[in-house]
Design a protein around this ligand. Structure first.
Ligand code: ATP
Ligand code: MG
Length: 345
């Protein structure tokens, strides 16, 4: 599979710039697909879009196991290409190979208090779920600052994310306002989120958000057997014991997935009312969902495997994008340093 990776410097004449990214902590999953990836495929035709493989951020809770991050970088790139992100339209770059991002993080860190970081609701709930206690790595507590560096370094204004990222964007905008007030100039731009209609896909067991770190995912590259197993294990309505019982649709993960993935909305509405009345068994409905997921993922899985068979090509795509990203972020770094008066030479 030959892929062109050279993106014209200005791919669009619109002023909005799009930036998103994913931690390189595992292959991407259905939550990424509906929460952000699908939108990115469409956005790349309308905006100048950069996508960051966030390997440094992946290390913030994997310092003891860096191989997990290193080994997933190309998996994430293959996932992007397999779902239709086109490197001739989107800059795909690697966070650890862009020094300005780490430098900006250090400058911004002086504008944020520890108390503010600890109040960040996403960080708070991640700290609890990871059982860090006082052993929380400093890099993890401060990762919202590094996300602010990622977003501002590319002068991005539109961020397609899941709802877990909203507190990060809020913190980014606080940093932007502080820096601009120090500089008395609009050095950095504020950003806004772009939420999809499924901004938090639950895990199959319904216990929380589908997430790489929780090991509760259906991956874009999952085998047909794994998809089948996951759908069969899916949380439905625990009180729906017999086919003829009336079933609950609200809070029923199975229907959340049908809403997210089934192309025929009217058909799903009919299934819901049948389920609510009684007479529709979990087995039958699960078969419908399984068919729909198998159809969606089979071609992605195939393309992904083909892409991963040529790792040199994936590395080269990432390198071209990273070089372009370095130029853009160096320019912003110079302006931020100047805002602090650090521009002697
Ligand atoms: P980790 O567990 O390592 O944090 P993750 O599965 O949460 O991994 P991230 O790399 O943190 O994935 O998130 C990348 C992007 O995908 C973010 O914009 C995030 O909001 C979005 N996203 C992740 N999981 C979901 C989900 N279950 N539903 C919707 N969007 C999601
Ligand atoms: Mg996450």
């Amino acid at each position: 599979m030959q892929i062109s990776s050279s993106k014209p410097l200005l791919s669009s004449n619109t002023q909005e710039k799009v930036l998103t990214g994913d931690r390189a902590t595992g292959p991407l999953h259905l939550g990424h697909y509906v929460g952000s990836l699908k939108q990115r495929v469409e956005l790349q035709h309308r905006f100048d879009q950069t996508i960051l493989v966030a390997d440094m951020q992946g290390l913030t809770d994997n310092g003891h196991n860096p191989q997990k991050v290193a080994s997933n970088i190309l998996n994430v790139v293959a996932d992007y290409l397999a779902i239709g992100i086109d490197p001739s339209k989107t800059t795909i770059c690697l966070q650890s190979a862009i020094p300005a991002l780490a430098e900006l993080t250090m400058y911004y860190a002086n504008l944020v208090s520890i108390a503010r970081l600890e109040r960040n609701p996403t960080v708070k709930s991640e700290i609890n779920s990871k059982d860090f206690g006082r052993a929380i790595p400093a890099g993890f507590l401060t990762y919202p600052i590094s996300q602010a560096a990622d977003i501002t370094a590319f002068r991005a204004t539109l961020i397609p994310v899941g709802d877990d990222q909203l507190p990060m964007l809020e913190q980014t905008n606080e940093i932007v306002r502080k820096l601009n007030s120090i500089a008395q100039d609009e050095v950095l731009l504020e950003c806004k989120p772009l939420l999809s209609n499924v901004s938090r896909l639950p895990s199959v067991d319904g216990k929380g958000k589908m997430s790489k770190s929780m090991g509760n995912t259906i991956m874009l590259g999952s085998s047909a057997q794994d998809i089948s197993k996951a759908v069969k294990a899916m949380y439905t309505d625990p009180l729906h014991l017999n086919v003829n019982d009336a079933g609950r649709v609200e809070g029923n993960v199975f229907f959340t997935y049908l809403d997210a993935f089934h192309p025929d909305i009217e058909y799903v509405a009919k299934l819901k009312s049948h389920y609510q009345k009684g007479g529709l068994g979990d087995g039958k409905t699960k078969a419908i969902l399984e068919e729909c997921l198998q159809e969606l993922l089979a071609p992605i899985r195939e393309r992904r495997a083909l892409l991963l068979s040529d790792k040199a090509q994936l590395v080269s795509i990432l390198k071209v994008g990273t070089e372009q990203a370095r130029e853009e972020s160096d320019a912003v770094l110079r302006r931020v340093k100047a805002a602090f008066g650090l521009n002697l030479f």
